[in-house]
Unconditional design. Structure first.
Length: 93
């Protein structure tokens, strides 16, 4: 779990990356070729994604969540590049 201010309101939101979970008896329990679960909690709303990788970057004074998806999520095949950029407003919308 990471706390990151995605809305710019000075209060951190929660990002839970199931790819960071560990279990000694099940190496791939939390993900597969389509990625692993990524949960973003902003205010009282929860968004779920499958992500092969993700990062938060600054762009034009805002925090942007970049998610690398499996290419199938963008209408291609698994190896095709597919990146989603997400921005939240200060009202947690």
């Amino acid at each position: 779990m990471q706390e990151i201010d995605l809305t710019g309101d000075g209060m951190p939101e929660v990002v839970v990356d199931a790819g960071k979970f560990q279990c000694s008896s099940a190496a791939s329990l939390y993900g597969g070729s389509g990625g692993t679960g990524l949960t973003v909690i902003v205010g009282d709303k929860t968004a779920e994604f499958l992500a092969e990788a993700w990062t938060v970057t600054d762009f034009a004074g805002r925090k942007v969540l970049l998610i690398w998806h499996n290419g199938v999520d963008c209408g291609g095949i698994g190896v095709d590049p597919c990146i989603e950029a997400l921005v939240w407003g200060g009202s947690a919308s």
